[in-house]
Unconditional design. Structure first.
Length: 130
């Protein structure tokens, strides 16, 4: 890869990242848990620890490609972590409001309280082999 191709590729990737960053996401409550703002903030803070570093040696094109691949993988890993964390906090990620304009959306009441069956506690003792 020559220098011109690297510059064009960088511009295309930055434009694509900017467009993806403008995507709006909505959440609907699926169970008990903290309020949306608190849950999202907590998940985003914890998602910062999912990033993995990388090391590459070789031609500039190879190093650029390795860094680009690592950046994309880190972002996918971060988004997946946030999605799963929000489910654990009682929120489901849905499509943007424009995409669901004609679709039926399932909504659970926000006053839903956990039943005694849903309140599971960890075992008090663990025996090896069971």
């Amino acid at each position: 890869m020559n220098k011109r191709n690297i510059i064009y590729t960088t511009i295309v990737v930055l434009c694509a990242a900017a467009l993806v960053g403008c995507q709006s996401v909505s959440y609907s409550r699926i169970g008990p848990g903290p309020e949306l703002e608190y849950a999202l903030a907590q998940c985003e803070i914890n998602a910062m620890s999912t990033e993995q570093g990388m090391f590459a040696m070789g031609t500039p094109g190879y190093v650029f490609g390795a860094q680009l691949g690592n950046a994309i993988t880190n972002e996918v890993r971060r988004q997946e972590y946030i999605r799963r964390c929000m489910v654990l906090n009682g929120w489901r990620q849905g499509p943007s409001s424009a995409a669901r304009a004609g679709a039926h959306q399932f909504r659970t009441p926000t006053t839903m309280q956990p039943s005694t069956l849903q309140q599971r506690r960890p075992p008090t003792r663990v025996i090896a082999g069971q």
